[in-house]
Design a protein around this ligand. Structure first.
Ligand code: ZN
Length: 503
């Protein structure tokens, strides 16, 4: 069988498994947006049956046979087909190398873990949760071993979310970032401007939801989100799912926090624009798949932060904002509004953090995960280690474990190695921003005219259209001409926030 014939037989099999996955995603979206409470159990049943069908499609033996043939002819494969085969191997191994018993046990453990975490968090009782966490770590190590990574389980966890990312790389990038960011945050928060930003933020109250909805719809459409190929709805937690011609975003509204729905929608729009820019014809293969969680996050953060918190952006949108909310904005000056949009305040809780301090929350979690996997930190010592790291990095010490080690859901479901993507994504966004401004020094003038077309086209051509042909780190290196570094992020934060806070 020729290499071309093998690829032509392989692709429909991959796309079938992918399409089944998209149906599961749609059920998940519906569960969070529309599901009547009484239908929850029935939905669980639908999802379990679909997951079994999807797993059978992804572990179809013919895929394995075709891959073996392609791998024996590896040198003869054109670059694109080699990328397709490589990703298919990752997915196939993941579907077939984990014993059925292990998958079943882990599903039970993940669900149990979630409920144990929710109980422990409510009672701020880490001791009751520690055995669950120990078990989750053991499951993670076993999974890594089944996939051939027994000697470096944390590398395996990182690579799962961001192909090619290693502990050593993250360690180096975060170490450098930490040294520069901690003093910058201290200087900003000591500035009298910080208190003013907080005070203005608290004055933004009574913004009717219908007007918020209309405004954010106007903004996200103008940024380039195609509402013919996607939609936005309300859910408890904002997220973005789907790809290509059917992208589903969600947000949530609070009349007294109008910036929250706006910025979380712009964040999800960044994810949505990426998914809408991935070549539809290739969905289900490496050519039609995002390059990893960090690159995904770089897209959401770039639009949310570098773009939508800029002065140029608000030169265009501020008059429109005032038009929609005339009485609410009457006593708020332009400078006050800009300050509220760029408020910085250290907090114990990651999800409440601003874009400057957020990174330190991630560094903290990475340091904990790294030590847990290296056996340098025992689960029972985690709360004390967390408190110490929080004091050192964020400058605040949690009074209890609910505000500390118990605040995030991720570990309860075994999602170790996921956190670093958020901060790596911020670094990537800042490095892309640096490159964009070198290419087009007056980029913010585009924004001031309400024109985001040049920016979106550049991202389409340099990031979106490439799918997963190469790793996220390589993709950013190609797009920016430099290896990923924390320096552009430090420079950007210093330029925007150091100036604003006179720090
Ligand atoms: Zn995101």
């Amino acid at each position: 069988m020729s290499v071309t014939d093998a690829i032509h037989e392989l692709i429909p099999l991959l796309q079938r498994a992918h399409t089944l996955g998209t149906i599961a995603d749609l059920l998940g979206w519906d569960e969070q947006v529309n599901l009547p409470p009484g239908a929850a159990e029935g939905r669980g049943n639908q999802q379990a049956i679909l997951a079994a069908v999807q797993h059978a499609a992804a572990s179809e033996p013919r895929i394995g046979a075709l891959l073996a043939g392609l791998e024996s002819a590896a040198g003869a494969l054109p670059v694109e087909q080699a990328a397709v085969a490589k990703q298919a191997r990752r997915d196939y191994d993941h579907a077939t190398k984990l014993p059925a018993d292990f998958v079943r046990e882990k599903a039970v453990q993940d669900s149990r873990g979630y409920h144990a975490w929710a109980r422990a968090r409510a009672a701020s009782d880490f001791a009751g949760y520690a055995p669950v966490l120990e078990k989750n770590l053991e499951f993670a190590r076993r999974e890594a071993a089944y996939l051939g990574h027994a000697s470096a389980p944390y590398d395996y966890m990182l690579d799962k979310f961001d192909p090619g990312l290693t502990t050593a790389t993250v360690d180096r990038l975060f170490g450098e970032l930490k040294r520069e960011l901690v003093p910058l945050v201290r200087a900003i928060t000591a500035s009298p401007v910080a208190a003013r930003a907080r005070e203005v933020g608290e004055r933004l109250r009574g913004y009717p939801i219908e007007a918020q909805r209309a405004f954010l719809r106007e903004v996200t459409a103008q940024l380039g989100f195609d509402y013919e190929r996607g939609r936005i709805d309300v859910a408890l937690h904002p997220f973005c799912s789907g790809a290509g011609n059917d992208v589903r975003m969600t947000t949530r509204y609070n009349v007294d926090q109008p910036l929250d729905a706006l910025f979380s929608s712009i964040h999800e729009t960044g994810h949505g624009l990426y998914e809408q820019g991935i070549p539809v014809a290739h969905l289900g293969t490496a050519l039609g798949m995002h390059a990893g969680m960090a690159v995904h996050e770089s897209q959401s953060r770039l639009w949310e932060n570098q773009v939508a918190r800029s002065r140029g952006f608000w030169r265009h949108f501020e008059p429109r904002w005032r038009e929609r909310f005339p009485s609410q904005t009457a006593g708020v000056s332009s400078e006050d509004l800009y300050l509220a949009i760029n408020a910085v305040e250290p907090t114990l809780i990651r999800v409440d953090a601003d874009e400057v301090t957020y990174n330190l929350h991630i560094v903290l979690r990475f340091e904990m995960e790294k030590k847990l996997f290296a056996g340098e930190l025992a689960v029972r010592d985690l709360p004390a280690a967390w408190r110490e790291a929080s004091r050192e990095l964020v400058g605040l010490e949690p009074a209890n474990d609910r505000e500390g080690v118990l605040q995030d859901v991720h570990w309860s479901g075994g999602a170790f190695g996921y956190f670093p993507s958020y901060c790596i994504g911020n670094m990537m966004a800042a490095q892309l921003w640096q490159r964009l401004r070198a290419l087009r020094p007056n980029l913010e003038e585009d924004f001031a005219r309400g024109d985001f077309g040049w920016l979106l086209r550049w991202l389409r051509e340099n990031i979106h259209v490439h799918g997963r042909r190469i790793s996220g780190l390589e993709l950013i290196q190609r797009a920016t001409g430099e290896a990923l570094s924390p320096q552009p992020l430090v420079r950007y934060l210093r330029e925007r926030y150091g100036t604003l806070y006179r720090a």
